[in-house]
Design a protein around this ligand. Structure first.
Ligand code: NDP
Length: 330
């Protein structure tokens, strides 16, 4: 069936400037880390992408290793670019990354020039693209000179294989150094992708947001829902089929009685705001203007629709913020 994006897709989604660049990102972006590999029916993937674009989510985030198996998320998204999104490439921001284990041997992970350039070429091939909009170094490599990793990103940028350059999960001092090296090459560090949510506030505590502000770098935060914990999903315990039951990235033992009580208290605050817990968690992650976008994941299109509802109320009263702080301190 032919897909035509909703004509209303740009009516409500805010687009926020990424640092001091010309790039604007939707307040909510969609990541394809989970639920986009061989374990998910292709029709579900298509439905999630369509629902996202219909709601104004123009940014889709991938990495070389997303699957399972690694690479399969990019292959599936490439099919969707050709089937559903054909003719809309210029309305989309597609990102990929390299840094984690991708192929055997010494050249299949971390931050060498050899790995990053080969991996970027592989990602473009899997997605059938001539360029990605953003290409990231997925993690800091303690053993490769940062100059080499940054010069590989510069090469990818100069060759036009990526329009913007980013880093992910680098700490504040590593980020300052990366921005300084790139700037010396005439390349702006446009975006950083760190984890951030109510249960994980390292970017505030460790000075990352201040570092990014200084270098004019935007910030797209991943896991704003703490992998689903900050939604209505776990209010009565761990339901079948949820990520916490899959034994992958979310430890079901983390969702103990204390956590469940905390989530219910947060849910009460969300209800008083007229929001679902997922909506409030996303709005909370966007409350600092230095955060450009909240990068969510989903297993069903309905979850995306629920999350997008966050934009109806992004502001917080000081009383609401204090209630949240009190609950998180418990
Ligand atoms: P989230 O914190 O957004 O968690 C997503 C999960 O929350 C979904 O899979 C779903 O769980 C649940 N969920 C989402 N919306 C709802 C809803 N409305 N109601 C109930 N449950 C909901 O983020 P992810 O951990 O998925 O990460 C998002 C993206 O961030 C990734 O796809 C990736 O692009 C990026 N990322 C980047 C990393 C990096 O190193 N740079 C690392 C990790 C992620 P369920 O599946 O149980 O239904």
């Amino acid at each position: 069936m032919t897909y035509t994006p909703a004509t209303t897709r740009y009516d409500t989604m805010p687009y926020r400037r990424c640092g001091r660049s010309g790039l604007k990102l939707p307040a909510i972006s969609l990541g394809l880390w989970h639920n986009f590999g061989g374990d998910t029916p292709h029709d579900t993937k298509r439905a999630m992408c369509r629902t996202a674009l219909d709601a104004g989510i123009t940014h889709f985030d991938l990495a070389n290793n997303y699957g399972p198996p690694p690479g399969s998320a990019e292959t599936a998204f490439g099919e969707i670019l050709r089937s559903d999104f054909a003719g809309y490439r210029d309305e989309l921001i597609v990102s990929s990354k390299a840094g984690y284990d991708m192929w055997p041997g010494p050249y299949g992970e971390w931050g060498s020039r050899k790995y990053l350039i080969a991996s970027c070429d592989q990602s473009l091939k899997r997605m059938g693209l001539e360029y990605v909009d953003i290409f990231y170094s997925h993690r800091f490599d303690p053993d490769t000179p940062l100059e080499e990793t940054m010069s590989a990103l510069e090469a990818i940028w100069r060759q036009g294989k990526a329009l913007y350059i980013g880093i992910s999960s680098y700490n504040a001092s590593q980020s300052r150094e990366a921005a300084r090296i790139l700037s010396g090459m005439g390349v702006p560090l446009v975006i950083h992708q760190p984890s951030y949510n109510m249960l994980n506030r390292w970017i505030e505590d460790e000075g990352l947001l201040d570092a990014l502000e200084d270098s004019g770098t935007g910030c797209i935060v991943f896991m704003p829902l703490a992998q689903g914990q900050l939604t209505g999903k776990y209010l009565n315990g761990v339901p079948d089929g949820s990520r916490a039951t899959q034994g992958k990235s979310l430890d079901r033992n983390a969702i103990d009685a204390t956590r469940i009580a905390q989530l219910n208290a947060l849910n009460d605050v969300a209800q008083r705001r007229g929001q679902t817990l997922a909506q409030m968690a996303i709005a909370w992650s966007l409350r600092d203007a230095r955060v450009t976008s909240a990068l969510i994941g989903a297993s069903r299109p309905e979850q995306i629709t629920d999350c997008v509802g966050a934009i109806d109320r992004l502001d917080f009263t000081s009383e609401e913020l204090q209630s949240i702080e009190d609950i998180l301190a418990q």
